[in-house]
Design a binder for this molecule. Structure first.
Ligand SMILES: N[C@@H](CCC(=O)N[C@@H](CS)C(=O)NCC(=O)O)C(=O)O
Length: 251
């Protein structure tokens, strides 16, 4: 699980649940949603990604990849959004968000892994179809990432996105192909079960509902995946989704 031994001096003093997150980050949204579904109180550390608030050596001592979300629970740092979901389930088991049936649990974990693999796809599509109007990188911003961000993949993403040239076009093409592969798998799963997690809503549904929401916002045509679309509507109708995602604003 994504436990990280941070040497940040503030971390040991962080008691209870603390979440470093950004309002519109889909990975952050899934962790807020899990906290909400479990009814857990948490302290918000909101980082504005378009303002590059995560591009600091201070934050990268808490999350070595310099991305959101990060959960800190009684001084224990947990990174990777799907691992945060698993961690919450392990440490706060009620209400349970997984089936008792081992085969169903395995299928749920496979869906969560697929969500992890899908992150590259949704990130490119979000930036291409939704974020351009408000997420812009000046040459100085790109330089800031090159000098201050220690995740080489993110730096090259920022470079390609800001240049908007052949490398970015290739990323968009790959994302469009990735979308079909992943949604075909989910459509097949949803022919067998009501929820991605099995008979009841659970961690895999939390993991994916933020993505269906994003795809709908980006006006991606989902008509080839009717089961996925209608599952998404059921999952988005839950009160916790409204509170943690749709209506969420940082205080
Ligand atoms: N695999 C990671 C991905 C985290 C990630 O990429 N987070 C994005 C927001 S969804 C981020 O912080 N991006 C920083 C940036 O775009 O500058 C997870 O699931 O937590």
């Amino acid at each position: 699980m994504g436990l990280y031994a941070s040497d940040h001096p503030d971390v040991p003093g962080l008691k209870g649940l603390h979440l470093y997150h950004f309002m519109l980050s889909n990975c952050s949204q899934r962790t807020r949603l899990a906290l909400e579904e479990k009814g857990l109180p948490w302290t918000s550390h909101h980082l504005n990604l378009p303002a590059n608030e995560h591009v600091t050596s201070d934050y990268q001592r808490i999350n070595p990849k310099g991305v959101v979300p990060t959960l800190v629970h009684d001084g224990q740092v947990v990174i990777e959004s799907n691992d945060i979901l698993r961690y919450l389930e392990e440490h706060f088991s009620e209400p349970s968000l997984q089936s008792n049936d081992p085969a169903e649990r395995e299928a749920m974990q496979a869906c969560m892994q697929e969500a992890g693999a899908f992150q590259g796809t949704i990130k490119v599509l979000s930036h291409e179809l939704l974020f351009r109007p408000f997420r812009k990188f000046s040459p100085e911003d790109v330089k800031l990432f090159e000098e201050r961000h220690n995740d080489a993949d993110l730096v090259s993403f920022v470079r390609d996105y800001s240049e908007d040239g052949p490398a970015w076009k290739q990323r968009v093409e790959d994302a469009q192909a990735g979308l079909v592969i992943s949604l075909d798998k989910l459509e097949a799963r949803l022919k067998e079960t009501e929820w991605l997690s099995g008979d009841a809503y659970g961690l895999a549904d939390i993991s994916w509902v933020v993505n269906v929401n994003r795809l709908i916002q980006a006006q991606v045509d989902l008509s080839n995946w009717p089961g996925f679309r209608s599952w998404g509507e059921r999952a988005m109708a839950r009160p916790a989704f409204d509170k943690a995602v749709a209506s969420y604003r940082p205080s």
